[in-house]
Design a binder for this molecule. Structure first.
Ligand SMILES: Cc1cc2nc3c(=O)[nH]c(=O)nc-3n(C[C@H](O)[C@H](O)[C@H](O)COP(=O)(O)O)c2cc1C
Length: 357
């Protein structure tokens, strides 16, 4: 599998070529640390950060730029539609020591798009051009972008956008092959990733729907992309990066035990509690548990039990009960009857996170 190799964004090596995809409300400093410790992550990216917030000294936005030294290489992703603010925010990211500055051209949230940011930039390429040129003048770290296929099915312009970005000095392009209007429906179009790779000479990575080792390897082989991004798949399986890396190197991929899974949930909860108010930590825990327990025996009932928990103690009790039961080979029936199972909805992209902007 020699074709899967590290790539460089200018002189920054992305090794392995696996990126933890930015997810608002998820990939904060705790989640990234959790994932980085599992291994195999070549690049981490912050949640998208509002340039309005950053340039108006909103404490939340500033907190979102925090990272651990051993997380490097680390990219800060910003979003907005005003070039002055984008430039200032990019300077701030460079000042805090980010290795890479990434511009979000994909968020579909109406609040973001209305102000010209996120996927709004895909239908206003002159605005995007101004923003990229302004940022480029102001920073010395590499500038990258993450785009969607286009605004709508009838205006797919990822290739045009990629060309423009390269001409503006962008040094890595990541494509999530769905349109803004598509949201998260259907499947990501990876053929577009291949087309962009053929068109530009900067490195190109693809994003969308990778949840297994095999899918990741197939993307590299069939698409010829330099890197792949994994988002939701990393919530379901925080070891996925390590497993892909091991497979690339011809090693047996690590198989987490139930004890490893229990430990990772507890570790994450502890990190969250150190970093944020209790209720926020509980909310994030519910979100991760919703993805993390897919496919486990009694997973749906466990998700339901976690969903109905309202305190730290309750969450910890539910985790202990669940793992003790299934580790002993017994069936987990949760607190209620199987008919009471509820599915915890995944936050709709940056919609929820942007609600508080
Ligand atoms: C909850 C959530 C939040 C997201 N937030 C961001 C974001 O802040 N910036 C961004 O570029 N993409 C964001 N995305 C898109 C992901 O980075 C990724 O491109 C998309 O989910 C497809 O990849 P996946 O199937 O591996 O999750 C988000 C996706 C989800 C599910």
């Amino acid at each position: 599998m020699s074709e899967i190799k590290p790539f460089k964004i200018r002189d920054i090596e992305i090794n392995p070529p696996l990126v933890l995809s930015p997810m608002a409300g998820v990939t904060d400093i705790s989640f990234r640390r959790l994932l980085k410790q599992r291994g195999g992550v070549g690049l981490t990216v912050s949640e998208f950060i509002s340039v309005e917030g950053l340039t108006r000294s909103n404490p939340k936005s500033k907190r979102q730029m925090r990272f651990y030294e051993n997380e490097r290489p680390f990219a800060v992703q910003i979003f907005g539609g005003q070039h002055e603010r984008m430039r200032l925010a990019a300077e701030m990211a460079e000042e805090v020591g980010a290795d890479i500055l990434d511009v979000n051209c994909g968020c579909p949230a109406p609040k973001v798009v209305k102000h010209g940011g996120g996927s709004g930039l895909l239908r206003d390429l002159p605005r995007l051009e101004t923003i990229l040129k302004e940022i480029k003048k102001a920073i010395t770290i590499p500038l990258t972008i993450k785009i969607r296929a286009g605004y709508s099915d009838s205006t797919i312009n990822a290739i045009e956008t990629a060309k423009l970005a390269e001409a503006c000095g962008v040094e890595h392009i990541a494509l999530h092959g769905r349109t803004k209007e598509q949201g998260y429906r259907g499947l990501a179009n990876w053929d577009l990733v291949r087309e962009i790779k053929k068109t530009v000479s900067v490195p190109v990575s693809g994003s969308g729907d990778i949840t297994t080792i095999q899918q990741a390897l197939e993307r590299f082989r069939e698409i010829g992309c330099d890197g792949v991004l994994i988002g939701r798949g990393a919530m379901a399986n925080p070891w996925i990066f390590r497993q892909i890396e091991e497979t690339i190197h011809g090693r047996e991929p690590f198989q987490p035990t139930l004890e490893d899974k229990r430990a990772v949930l507890l570790e994450y909860f502890e990190m969250l509690r150190e970093d944020m108010p209790e209720m926020s930590a509980i909310g994030r825990m519910k979100q991760l548990a919703g993805q993390f327990t897919r496919g486990l025996q009694g997973g749906a009932l466990f998700r339901t039990a976690i969903y109905h928990s309202h305190s730290v103690e309750e969450i910890l009790d539910r985790i202990s009960e669940y793992f003790e039961t299934i580790s002993a080979g017994r069936h987990y029936f949760g607190e209620g009857k199987p008919s009471e199972v509820i599915e915890v909805p995944m936050l709709d992209s940056c919609e929820v996170a942007s609600a508080s902007l």
